[in-house]
Design a protein. Structure first.
Length: 231
């Protein structure tokens, strides 16, 4: 009985040591992985990586992680122009293959959500235009135009529908333009309030699908296959 108790104590201690080593390895790997996440053709802000599943060490031994959560803030295309900055993106990656001596990683499939804040959407719009949430899945766009015929400046706010075009372009289009019966007023307002902007670059393998204006910003569904994160 005494030998059995000693054996059980040894097993418990070794199990605790293994768990501690495993969790320490996860923490180290998460930190290293966060530094290695890259988006080709774009600048990124902070990155957070969370590796799921236990034990971690056996997953590493098999060169494949079951599930990894990634959050990236501030994805901004390095090219000039008024490309939309992705304020934040959260993705859940499955079957992440470790390659190139663990310096590279590719996920078999991924899903998540990208968010474009109204502040970033406003920066991408025409000068002097402000975009905010309008309620009921619409955005409110406010702009000021000069009417040459009467020689005065007017400000107009319109409720607009937001759609995703060809999987990479956000289109903002006013449902209707209120105003007096002034010739050319609608055209002038739409020149300010209606616009299309390409979304900043995503990690290779990810694509945008559905878009929905919410109080927090434009939420866009993200899916992908063979998503390359690093290497």
């Amino acid at each position: 009985m005494r030998a059995l108790r000693i054996l059980l104590i040894v097993v418990v201690v070794l199990t605790g040591v293994f768990i501690a080593v495993d969790r320490a390895a996860v923490y180290f790997a998460e930190t290293e992985a966060a530094d290695r996440v890259v988006v080709s053709g774009a600048r990124i802000g902070s990155t957070d990586v969370s590796i799921k599943g236990f034990p971690f060490l056996t997953q590493v031994a098999g060169s494949e992680l079951d599930e990894v959560d990634v959050k990236v803030t501030g994805i901004e295309a390095t090219a000039g122009g008024r490309a939309l900055r992705i304020s934040s993106m959260e993705a859940r990656l499955h079957q992440v293959r470790l390659t190139d001596g663990f310096s590279g990683a590719t996920a078999a499939r991924a899903s998540g959500t990208a968010v474009i804040s109204y502040e970033d959407l406003t920066k991408a719009a025409a000068d002097g235009v402000v975009v905010e949430y309008g309620g009921n899945g619409k955005v409110k766009v406010t702009g000021t135009v000069v009417i040459p015929v009467v020689g005065r400046t007017v400000s107009r706010s319109v409720l607009s529908t937001v759609t995703l075009v060809d999987g990479h372009t956000v289109r903002v289009h006013a449902d209707k333009v209120p105003g007096e019966a002034i010739p050319g007023l609608e055209r002038l307002v739409r020149e300010k309030t209606d616009f299309e902007r390409e979304v900043g670059t995503l990690p290779n393998g990810l694509k945008l699908e559905r878009i929905q204006p919410t109080a927090a910003g434009l939420e866009i569904s993200v899916t992908g296959a063979d998503v390359r994160l690093a290497g």
